[in-house]
Design a protein around this ligand. Sequence first.
Ligand code: GLU
Length: 467
Amino acid sequence: MVVTRFAPSPTGDLHIGGVRTALYCWLHARQHQGTFRLRIEDTDRERSTEASTQVILDGLNWLGLHHDGEVVYQSQRFDAYNAIIDEMIARGQAYYCWCTPEELDAMREEQKRLGLPQRYNGKYRDGGEPVPGVTPAVRFKNPTEGSVTWHDKVRGVVTVNNSELDDWVIRRSDGAPTYNFCVVVDDAAAKVSLVIRGEDHVSNTPKQINLYRALGYDVPDFAHVPMILGDDGKRLSKRHGATNVLDYRREGYLPPAILNYLVRLGWAHGDQEIFSMDEMLRFFRIEDVHSAASTFNTEKLRWLNQHYMKEATPADLLLQLLPHFAPLGITPDEAVVLRAIPHYQERAKTLKEMAENMAWLFQAPQSFPPDAAKKAFKGADTVQLLQDLQSRIETLTVVNEETLHDAVAACVEANGVGFGKVGQPARLAVTGGAPSPDLALTLSLLDKEEILRRLQFASEYVLKNQV
Ligand code: GLU
């Protein structure tokens, strides 16, 4: 039975790198009709927040990376951890360490001075007297001989000598079980078959494998996926721009674009760039994930996003687009947005840009960009042409793309001018300079009164400003 898990610590945002790990876990589980679990690693009570947990849940849900079963919260499992720790002490697999923080610091300083690796020296491994006033930590009796080897699905064979490990703390003196301990107990309890996680955990894996063995648990397989770098070669962080996946939602990226982008970041299938969910499930193999780090490329993500925006149906885009009007202070008419969408799918790379491009539909121009105005309103006859068009539209009883097209054509013909002489100022008058489709269609996205108001405003503007 294949079981994977995503085990984020709720101490900040849901990092885009974490989402890639979650995606790989999810894909691997789904490919093998297995189970994908979510565990919130909130043992660090000071740094963990509920808000951060909510961001993780919302982010995964938004992307459709749904987990199976209940979410496990480590903070609710302290009794289970402590019971196992106490058993280990009783069996002699773990022991109390009465060293004070000062003593441990001094030990490290001395090792540093001698150029030795900094490790616990095993002072209480074979027992020792309690020290009054000290609350002891509990340490795991790590084997002193031999080595730990595992066949990492991404990195290949990894071997670490036990002489490089020390008796690490499994319960701190404040009573809190440590990450390396909880992770083993929980992965074993969930029967996780493959641990997929960031490469920053490689150094923890030999310690964890020793603990699995001490507790008589089956050791899972491991796949450590490399880091994601920013364009300066440093680990991707806020300095490089958005790293929180919900920022990408706010910026107007679509879930399939993000998932497609992330699956390719560190994995390839020939030179294919576009992967539907079905294709990801068909072709992805955790063993094919590259062991070298990959660099985040926002332009490529934008390109993929545009691809998925073009592919989506207008009705589907509408639902995702509507929330992007609120930051612009617009409560849009959904029917108008729906009609406009097909004419904007080619023009925007994100939903946010699409909403910005459509803002003119709901916000009449208050003024015009000077350069555009100079160009479109420059003719001496501009006002007269705008007013002529206005009166022709005023008389229309049916206002639609066709009748508006005819009104513009009649205006052009009656005045004996080129189309641009009417088209340019009329377009600027109604859109204020925003990108827009063909003129008749553009006009038809507004209702009659609104078209007339905007044409009138533009005429007055030209007169007043002597453009
Ligand atoms: N909680 C750890 C982290 O957020 C992940 C641990 C794991 O996957 O084993 O880095």
